[in-house]
Design a protein around this ligand. Sequence first.
Ligand SMILES: Cc1ncc(COP(=O)(O)O)c(C=O)c1O
Length: 428
Amino acid sequence: MTPLPRHLLPLTAAIDEQTGRLRIGGLDLLDLAAEYGTPLFVYDEEHLRQRCREARQVWGDGVAYASKAFLCKAMATLAYEEGLHVDVSTGGELHVALSAGVPGERLVLHGNNKSESELQAAIEAGVGRIVVDSFDEIDRLERLGHRDQKLLIRVTPGVAAHTHEYVMTGQDDSKFGFGLASGQAAQAVERLRPGKPGEAGKAGTLVGVHAHIGSQIFLLHSFVKEVEALAEFFTALELPELCVGGGLGVAYVEGEESPPMEQWSATVKRACHDHGIPTGTRITAEPGRTIAAAAAITLYTVGTIKDLPGIRTYVSVDGGMSDNPRPVLYGSGYEAFLPRAANAERPRAATIVGKHCESGDVIVRDARLPIDLAVGDILATPVTGAYGHSMASNYNKVPRPAVVFVQDGEARVVVRRETLDDLLRNDL
Ligand SMILES: Cc1ncc(COP(=O)(O)O)c(C=O)c1O
């Protein structure tokens, strides 16, 4: 019934007292929809910048933005300008970050199946760190033979974080990293560093340990468990760097609260201290979602409203699982509201669906909406800045939406809307 909770909106969101309309970055959302069309991702640039600054402040130098959450040239530039490193997990993400002008040494390369050419491209670009994930990758790095290349070893700490199974990565049964419990992490270290700490091996120079236990984690205690599991192994290696990955949870719906980033870093650092990790260790993290998610909202146009008496009402919009696959992939929940009446009560129950040929193409199951919702309305879903555009597809040959950054009354298109001709671009 209640209006949309304010804390789910981007930082500069403001409701015009007279009209009830929502502005972000000083711009009216209905004007943005009219000018750029829908579906449209609207990012509050100030929100993105402030979250990056906060990350840099609480973690210090070395903290990286996990670009898989949302990446385009403008985003890579913004993260770099705000003092973050950028984590890339494929040759494609590497290419975008480099094309944006992020210097190689500010990049961290991840991936559980990096090809030799991806490794080669990363080394040629002078990436700051390669996070080694498998024995086969060690073979490849040894073949490439760049002993100066700084490496982190990705360790699976055997911690099952409280989150969706598909975004859990720290448990023993994982495709990522080297298991601690199985002894594979220790074997990998022997290959990566046959000599003393700091001495290069054939694959490169091991400078630290990396772990990532999953995404959308609300219980900070999961990170304490992670540190607890890694501490003995890490300390024995006498390495200068420990990265605890990303994964801080973000509020998507009414009733959820995100843990503050500052509390996350303080909890990790206290746990490191408590478990004997030497002072002076560079302790870093790789937040993605917590930087980008709440910075954006998606605007859609309502196309049809279908009442099924005694069953439910379906509200169909002009996007769907191709611009936000999270509900289909993980059963994720979202809120919805009307930017023309952002403070309105939402007594009307409806399920918001996309335009794809799938019954599962749901954006918000059992949404609450204002009573006067009508065809032609601009409908918004907040907290769509992470794993929305970055996971977008052309399913059903639906062109991907445009992305605009708004700030101080100005809008700039940072990713243009795909055209129908773009859909034919690769056909021969
Ligand atoms: C290695 C690594 N680091 C960081 C992240 C970012 O996680 P989040 O967006 O939840 O902060 C991920 C996400 O999957 C990841 O795999």
